[in-house]
Design a protein around this ligand. Structure first.
Ligand SMILES: *[C@@H]1O[C@H](CO)[C@@H](O)[C@H](O)[C@H]1NC(C)=O
Ligand SMILES: *[C@@H]1O[C@H](CO)[C@@H](O)[C@H](O)[C@H]1NC(C)=O
Ligand SMILES: *[C@@H]1O[C@H](CO)[C@@H](O)[C@H](O)[C@H]1NC(C)=O
Ligand SMILES: *[C@@H]1O[C@H](CO)[C@@H](O)[C@H](O)[C@H]1NC(C)=O
Ligand SMILES: *[C@@H]1O[C@H](CO)[C@@H](O)[C@H](O)[C@H]1NC(C)=O
Length: 419
């Protein structure tokens, strides 16, 4: 550790170099990039001139990401993230990964599925950012340190939800299906494809123009700042939000054990004293942090952040998806349009503007939680999540009648224009 002061200087220099490169990125692409120095790597440079000199002399530190867009779908469980993931999975130019951070979490925090401990959270975030950075660079081997059992010969059959990624079920990663096949069932993929050869999967990643990753394991957009600012990446964050009352209702139906006490409350009308309120407040707090960050329009997020309400997608999937692709600067692919048409009701508004019946159908779907939750629970949720409901444009109800009156929509018209 005798050179630790040098490490500090190096890190300071590195941050200057990164900012410098970030500025250059806007004007010149493709570009060269200096490595982020490792503090242990004390011999790299002694002073500013030497550092710059080192950078100029080592062309193998070049990164050529100029053509790729790196997309992160930032979501939470039961907010419609699988649906949004599909909008990217179906695109023929996109290499899509479903929740790779699952492996980080199960390795680092095996006991608690969703630890809220601050130290756990920091460890998890650091590791998550490193993994995301590698995956966007198509370095899939990086995942191996988190997969159990450890893959041998870069091959594994333990990748979480491999079948949810079209690219991992088609050539070069898998030859079991004919190339034109668009509708591969997740289970079919796992059954018919041999173990996943990560070398081939990485080849597939490099052949695709863009990489999209979905996760519910990053709490808020501020946690991604280091990646957004990383000049080697071209990261764009699609943050998916949903009415917390809808999320809660969906979780109660889906995670029957974990949300057992909420079901007891719903059934008996009495709130159990040992109810884990963080199951609700965490959602609202994380949304609020993200939205506050987004609304303050920091320079580092400019052009890189889009807030999407799940309800707007459900109401108007084709048009909303087009807006998302416009924001990303990508064109919508025929497969995506086909998938939307096959998988949503009321997805034809663009083609047939007058079919209000189908439109109303989708909206009702997005609000079906109103028929499932009790007024007590809704009222409570509205109290603890008051601020974020208002920010996101979800109306509150003041009576059981209002709650159950489905012709009274609770979704305000509200557009979140990316800045
Ligand atoms: C970066 O990619 C572009 C487009 O494919 C290519 O023309 C260029 O030569 C590449 N630059 C480097 C340094 O590899
Ligand atoms: C890995 O590859 C080597 C060389 O091809 C082979 O000898 C070994 O059995 C393989 N290991 C496993 C677990 O498949
Ligand atoms: C995985 O694919 C690579 C590239 O084709 C190949 O060299 C390697 O042998 C494959 N690994 C296994 C275990 O089949
Ligand atoms: C949509 O549905 C049609 C008819 O069932 C099917 O042939 C086609 O493959 C589907 N396309 C997608 C992208 O799901
Ligand atoms: C339901 O809401 C609609 C729209 O506000 C209103 O016209 C109607 O009277 C309400 N129905 C009941 C039963 O409260």
């Amino acid at each position: 550790m005798q050179c630790s002061w040098k490490a500090v200087i190096l890190l300071a220099l590195a941050s200057i170099a990164i900012q410098y490169t970030a500025i250059r990125t806007f004007t010149a692409k493709p570009f060269q990039m200096c490595p982020i120095p490792n503090p242990l790597n004390c011999g790299l440079g002694q002073d500013a001139e030497a550092f710059e000199h080192v950078c100029d002399e080592y062309p193998y530190f070049n990164y050529n990401f100029s053509r790729k867009t790196h997309i992160l779908i930032l979501a939470t469980t039961r907010s419609g993230s699988s649906f949004v993931g599909q909008l990217f999975n179906q695109h023929s130019d996109v290499f899509y990964l479903f929740e790779p951070l699952y492996h980080v979490q199960t390795t680092l925090i095996p006991r608690l599925a969703h630890s809220r401990n601050a130290a756990d959270r920091r460890v998890m975030l650091g590791a998550s950012r490193d993994l995301l950075r590698s995956l966007y660079n198509c370095d899939l081997y990086f995942l191996e340190s988190y997969i159990k059992p450890v893959p041998s010969n870069h091959t594994t059959d333990k990748l979480f939800r491999r079948g949810a990624s079209r690219a991992l079920c088609s050539p070069p990663a898998c030859d079991a299906f004919s190339p034109g096949e668009t509708n591969i069932e997740e289970g079919d993929c796992v059954r018919k494809c041999a173990s996943l050869n990560l070398t081939l999967a990485a080849d597939g990643c490099r052949e695709n123009r863009h990489v999209a990753i979905k996760t519910v394991r990053v709490p808020e957009v501020g946690d991604l700042r280091a990646l957004v600012e990383d000049p080697r990446l071209n990261l764009k964050v699609i943050q998916l939000v949903r009415d917390p009352r809808g999320i809660l209702s969906s979780r109660i139906e889906t995670f029957r054990d974990t949300y057992r006490l909420w079901r007891i409350w719903r059934a008996t009308g009495r709130k159990p004293y040992n109810l884990d309120l963080t199951q609700l407040t965490t959602v609202c707090d994380d949304f609020l942090s993200s939205v506050s960050t987004g609304m303050s329009r920091p320079l580092w997020l400019k052009g890189r952040y889009m807030l999407v309400r799940y309800e707007d997608l459900a109401l108007n999937p084709l048009q909303k998806t087009k807006e998302i692709y416009d924001f990303l600067g990508l064109s919508m692919d025929k497969n995506v349009v086909d998938w939307i048409q096959n998988n949503t009701r009321g997805s034809n508004e663009l083609l047939a503007k007058h079919k209000y019946g189908t439109v109303r159908d989708s909206a009702a779907n997005a609000e079906s939680w109103r028929l499932k939750l009790s007024y007590d629970i809704v009222d409570y949720t509205q109290t603890v999540c008051q601020h974020i409901l208002q920010e996101l444009g979800y109306k509150t109800v003041r009576s059981l009648e209002e709650l159950k009156n489905m012709s009274l929509s609770l979704i305000e018209d509200k557009t979140f224009v990316p800045f």
